[in-house]
Design a protein around this ligand. Structure first.
Ligand code: NDP
Length: 507
C-alpha cells in the first residue's frame, strides 16, 4: 500500500500524517484532531537505537526464560489494566470504533501471555534422537536469540499486528526496535512507554518514528533480524534492503482472502461471518474476507442474509458506530476504482456501489457476479466491500479461491466438507465455519504463502521464528570403535557397510 504524506503543514487532510519541523504529527482520520507529535528518527538516530538495543539484548537474554516471563507478565497485566486508555488512542489515531479496538488489544494481550508462558517449553534445550552409528554422541537442540529484532508495522491493527512480532521476539530473548506506521505513531509510542514503566532497567523495547525512510534505515542499521508487516510492494523493498547484509527477514504482507459457502452450510452463520470478516475495521484487515464463492443452490438465500446484516451496520466515528473512517485517505481512491471497475464490467451492487465512497467513510458494499479478472477480485481493496460469486460446485470454488498470487487466510462454511476444503485452499490459515477465527487462537501460527509473504508469527512457530536453532553434539563416553577419527581401524571399516546394510538395506 503506497502511503502519501504531507511534509509541511500546508494541507489539513484529516488523518494524513504531516511532518512539521522534524516532527511527525498524527491526526484523527475523520475530525483531523491532532493526536500527537513525535520526533522523526534519521539514519544516525536509528543506528544509535539499534546500538543501545544490542547492549540491552545481552541483559535481557541473561535474565533467562523465567526472568523474562516475569517481566512480560508485568507488562501483560499493565496492558490489561490500561486497555480503555490504549483503545482510546487507537480510536483517536486510526478511527476504528473503540469496541473494535478493545477486541484488537484483547487479542494482543493473549499473545503476550502465550509467548511468555510457552517460551521455555518451545525454546528450552531439548534432547533429540541419536544415531546408532555414533552411539557415543548425545544430540541436543537449543535456541538462541538473534540479538536485536527490528519490527516494522502497519497502521490497520497498530497493536495486534506488531505485537505478533514484538511479544514473541521479546519472549525469545531479543531486544526490539519498533518502527510503527507513520499513521499510528502514538500507538507505537504508548506501547513502548507502557513497557518502559514496568521494565525500566534497559532499553529492551524502543520505538523510532518516521516515514518509509525510517523503516529503510532500520533495515540497514545492523539489526539481527527484521520482522516486516505491511504491503507486498514494501515487503519486497525490505527484503532487497536486508539482502545487502544477509539479514534474515520475516515478511507478513497483504491478502485477498476468500470464503467458500457450500450448499450444506449454515447460511446464517456464514452471512454473519462474511459480514464481520469483510466489513469490521472498515474492511482494512489483512485477513479480511474480500471474496465469497457460494454454491448456486444457496446463493440467493445467502445474499439476502448478508445484505440484511451489512445494511444494518452504522458508519461514523462516534462510539456507537460499527464502521469507522478509512484511515489512509489515499485508500479511498483505490476502493472507488475497484467498485467502479466492477460495475462497469457487468457486476451488480446489491448494497452500496459508486455512491458508497463518502470521504472519509465507505459504506458497506456488496457486489455480485464481478468478472474474475477485475480489480475488485484480483487486488487488495481494503474497504468494507465484498464480491459474491455463484459457483456450481466446491471444486470450482476452490479453484477460484486459489487463483490469486496472495495466500494469507481463507474460510469455508460447510457441515460435511469443511476439513476437505480447508486442506485444499492455498493459504497460510483457514477457518472452518468461522470468519478469521484462527487469529483468536494464540497457539496457531500466523502467516501466508506467495505474495502474502513467508515466515510465521504466533504460537510455537512464532517463537522459533525469533531464535536460531543451535545444534550441540555431546560425546557421552569414549567408544572403542570411533567412526569419525583416524583412530578408526580395519575392524571398524569392515563393520560400517554391515551396519548400513542392516539399518537401510531392506525394502
Ligand atoms: P506499507 O507497506 O505501506 O507500510 C508498512 C510499514 O513499512 C510502515 O511502517 C511503513 O512506514 C514502512 N515502510 C514504507 N516504506 C518502507 C521502506 N522502503 N523500507 C522499510 N519500511 C518501509 O503498508 P501499510 O502500512 O499501508 O499496511 C497495510 C498493508 O499491510 C496491507 O497490504 C495489509 O494487508 C498488510 N498487512 C498484513 C498483515 C499480515 O500479518 N500479513 C497484517 C496487517 C496488515 P510508513 O507508514 O511511514 O510509510
Amino acid at each position: 500500500m503506497t502511503a502519501e504524506v504531507h511534509k509541511s503543514a500546508d494541507t489539513e487532510t484529516p488523518g494524513l500524517p504531516v511532518v512539521v519541523g522534524g516532527r511527525l504529527r498524527s491526526t484523527h482520520p475523520a475530525t483531523g484532531a491532532v493526536v500527537g507529535e513525535f520526533p522523526v528518527a534519521d539514519d544516525a538516530d536509528v543506528r544509535a537505537a539499534v546500538r543501545r538495543a544490542g547492549e540491552a539484548a545481552r541483559w535481557w537474554a541473561g535474565l533467562g526464560f523465567g526472568g523474562r516471563a516475569e517481566r512480560l507478565g508485568r507488562w501483560r497485566a499493565a496492558l490489561a489494566r490500561r486497555m480503555p486508555e490504549l483503545a482510546r488512542v487507537v480510536h483517536d489515531e486510526g478511527g476504528k470504533p473503540v469496541a473494535d479496538a478493545v477486541i484488537e488489544i484483547t487479542a494482543a494481550i493473549d499473545h503476550v501471555a502465550w509467548a511468555a508462558r510457552h517460551a521455555r517449553r518451545v525454546l528450552g534445550p531439548r534432547r533429540v534422537g541419536g544415531n546408532i552409528l555414533l552411539p557415543d554422541q548425545g544430540a541436543l537442540v537449543t535456541y538462541q536469540p538473534f540479538g536485536v529484532v527490528g519490527v516494522i508495522g502497519p497502521w490497520n491493527y497498530p497493536v495486534f499486528t506488531p505485537m505478533g512480532s514484538i511479544a514473541y521476539a521479546l519472549a525469545a530473548g531479543n531486544a526490539v526496535v519498533f518502527k510503527p506506521s507513520e499513521y499510528t505513531p502514538a500507538v507505537g509510542q504508548w506501547l513502548v512507554d507502557s513497557f518502559a514503566e514496568v521494565v525500566g532497567d534497559e532499553p529492551v523495547f524502543q520505538v523510532v518514528h518516521g516515514l518509509g525512510d525510517t523503516g529503510a534505515a532500520l533495515c540497514a542499521a545492523g539489526v539481527d533480524k527484521l520482522a516486516f508487516t505491511g504491503s507486498t510492494g514494501t515487503g519486497k523493498k525490505v527484503m532487497a534492503a536486508c539482502s545487502e547484509t544477509l539479514t534474515p527477514v520475516l515478511v507478513e504482507c497483504g491478502g485477498k482472502d476468500a470464503m467458500i459457502v457450500a450448499a450444506d452450510a449454515d447460511l446464517d452463520d456464514a452471512a454473519d461471518a462474511a459480514c464481520w470478516a469483510g466489513m469490521s475495521n472498515a474492511g482494512q484487515t489483512c485477513i479480511g474476507i474480500e471474496r465469497v464463492y457460494v454454491h448456486e443452490a444457496v446463493a440467493d438465500a445467502f445474499v439476502d442474509k448478508l445484505v440484511a446484516k451489512a445494511k444494518a451496520l452504522r458508519v461514523g466515528s462516534d462510539d456507537g458506530a460499527d464502521i469507522g473512517p478509512i484511515t489512509m485517505p489515499g485508500q479511498l481512491g483505490v476502493i472507488r476504482r475497484h467498485i467502479a471497475d466492477a460495475l462497469e464490467r457487468g457486476g451488480t451492487a446489491v448494497l452500496g456501489g459508486n455512491d458508497a465512497v463518502d470521504p472519509p467513510y465507505v459504506h458497506p458494499t456488496i457486489l455480485l457476479d464481478v468478472p474474475e479478472d477485475s480489480a475488485a477480485v484480483r487486488e487488495e481493496t481494503f474497504g468494507p466491500t465484498l464480491t459474491v460469486t455463484r459457483v456450481p460446485d466446491l471444486d470450482e470454488a476452490v479453484r477460484r479461491a486459489n487463483a490469486t498470487p496472495y495466500g494469507l487466510g481463507s474460510a469455508v462454511f460447510s457441515r460435511r466438507s469443511g476439513m476437505d476444503v480447508a486442506t485444499r485452499l492455498r493459504s497460510g490459515m483457514t477457518s472452518i465455519n468461522g470468519g478469521m477465527s484462527f487469529v483468536g487462537l494464540p497457539a496457531l501460527p500466523f502467516g501466508g504463502v506467495g505474495d502474502s509473504g513467508f515466515g510465521r508469527i504466533h504460537g510455537a512457530d512464532g517463537l522459533r521464528e525469533f531464535a536460531r536453532p543451535k545444534a550441540i553434539a555431546r560425546r557421552r563416553f569414549r567408544t572403542p570403535m570411533p567412526i569419525m577419527s583416524f583412530r578408526r581401524g580395519p575392524r571398524t571399516d569392515a563393520l560400517i557397510p554391515k551396519l548400513v546394510r542392516l539399518l537401510h538395506g531392506r525394502g
